[in-house]
Write a protein that binds this ligand. Structure first.
Ligand SMILES: Cc1cc2nc3c(=O)[nH]c(=O)nc-3n(C[C@H](O)[C@H](O)[C@H](O)COP(=O)(O)OP(=O)(O)OC[C@H]3O[C@@H](n4cnc5c(N)ncnc54)[C@H](O)[C@@H]3O)c2cc1C
Length: 395
């Protein structure tokens, strides 16, 4: 069976790999003329690492990934530890796989190397999807078209495939923005930044940082409420480092040192959408941000696209003769979990945006009150094994 995948992001390439592993003829169509992931970090949690291991990427992840010692919540000004979630060996023991901090390009390159270029077409911007008897066709901006028996929309938050499946709707601007950058590791080390995932919790903002690229860089993201109507959603929109330093004047020195030591600072306006009731239409379905875009506060968007990929491949393998039925089964197994994580991401965003000093104090006290509480908060997401949880039994 020929499967067309629109979009060669993390979700699209993982889907292509998973489909090929179970014997499908997967072909990926990507709008970009040159395939290159953005310069940013990504946290890939054990639930997704289990999938990537099954797809044969264990060695690649070990080579480029950073295994941080813990996920630390810290006070924005003093840097004092508020709560700690042990990672490294503890993650393997508790959640069944390592927790990796990666440069997005390293993960993307590993997926691309595993899939190869033979079935990847670049410079193919899908503008319309059309379904006929037993077939589906993707039409591209340059007039070309491709036909297969199934189409998977992996084309991100502004998905063309999603519009075909569910009709037009608009992504919702959260009135929050992310500032982000990559600093050389030496900047982190000289400021005493340990190899942990650090979350500094402040008023109206959170600053997250961790080492990536086999320890050569520190990735940082500052999430904050927006003061104006700027709402560009682009990995390449430049931010002003000096403006950010002024905004962070009272933040912990490690935060300020990382920002000051970063050559290029970027800005990203944060959007999501409410959970989608319909994920499939005939021979078309969705994975990743096309299906369930979420705010980044649970760091799960990419990891959920990786889970999607394996569930979709297994459902199609189980019902080869009836792809429309197989993708309904896939959607039924994914909807509830991804909707819950979309909601959790919004809730976590609200915690970040607190402005009232009493509420901030109460939040920070809660983060440190019970050592087990912050660990247990992630159990339902990170311990999940798609093979056992989503694929056992009928949907
Ligand atoms: C600041 C920030 C931090 C984040 N941190 C994390 C994290 O730590 N962990 C995590 O799991 N997630 C994180 N996320 C979320 C994660 O980045 C996304 O959920 C993930 O990239 C989604 O992957 P995707 O493949 O579904 O979509 P995308 O990455 O958006 O890829 C879509 C692909 O489709 C292509 N495309 C789009 N339209 C078309 C078209 N019409 N025709 C052909 N091709 C098309 C695009 O060029 C792109 O290559 C973060 C997000 C943000 C904004």
């Amino acid at each position: 069976m020929r499967v067309l995948i629109v979009g060669a992001g993390i979700g699209g390439l993982t889907t292509a790999l998973a489909l090929r592993q179970v014997g499908f003829d997967a072909h990926v169509y990507e709008q970009a003329g040159v395939l290159r992931e953005v310069g940013a970090g990504v946290a890939i949690s054990p639930n997704a690492v289990k999938v990537l291991h099954r797809l044969g990427l264990a060695e690649a992840l070990r080579t480029v990934g950073v295994v941080s010692r813990s996920l630390d919540s810290r006070d924005w000004r003093t840097g004092a530890l508020l709560g700690r979630v042990p990672l490294a060996e503890a993650a393997v023991d508790r959640w069944g796989a390592p927790f990796y901090h990666l440069h997005r390009a390293d993960l993307h390159d590993a997926l691309r190397a595993a899939f190869g270029d033979r079935d990847l077409t670049l410079g193919a911007r899908c503008v319309a999807v059309e379904q006929g008897d037993g077939a589906v066709t993707a039409h591209f901006a340059d007039g070309r078209a491709a036909t297969g028996e199934l189409l998977v929309g992996a084309d991100g938050i502004h998905s063309v495939a999603r519009e075909h499946v569910a009709g037009p709707d608009r992504a919702i601007w959260s009135r929050q923005i992310s500032w982000r950058g990559l600093a050389p590791a030496v900047v982190g080390r000289e400021s005493g930044l340990e190899a942990r995932h650090h979350s500094f919790w402040g008023p109206r903002a959170q600053f997250v940082c961790f080492y990536v690229a086999a320890g050569r860089l520190v990735n940082w993201v500052g999430n904050t409420q927006s003061d104006d109507d700027w709402r560009e959603e682009s990995w390449s929109a430049r931010g002003d480092r000096d403006e950010l330093l002024v905004r962070c004047a009272e933040w912990h020195p490690q935060v300020r040192t990382l920002i000051a030591g970063t050559e290029q600072v970027f800005k990203w306006a944060l959007f999501d959408r409410p959970p989608l009731a319909t994920w499939t239409r005939g021979r078309v379905t969705l994975v990743g941000d096309a299906a369930h875009p979420m705010l980044p506060y649970m760091a799960q968007g990419a990891s959920q696209s990786i889970e999607d990929a394996l569930v979709l491949a297994r459902c199609l393998a189980a019902e080869r003769a009836d792809p429309p039925r197989a993708i309904e089964s896939y959607a039924a197994r994914r909807r509830e979990r991804t909707a819950a994580i979309q909601a959790a991401s919004r809730d976590a965003g609200r915690l970040v945006q607190l402005t009232d000093p009493a509420e901030i104090q109460a939040r920070n006290a809660r983060l440190g009150a019970d050592a087990e509480a912050p660990v247990a908060r992630f159990d339902w997401i990170w311990s999940y094994d798609v093979e056992q949880a989503a694929l056992a039994g009928p949907a």
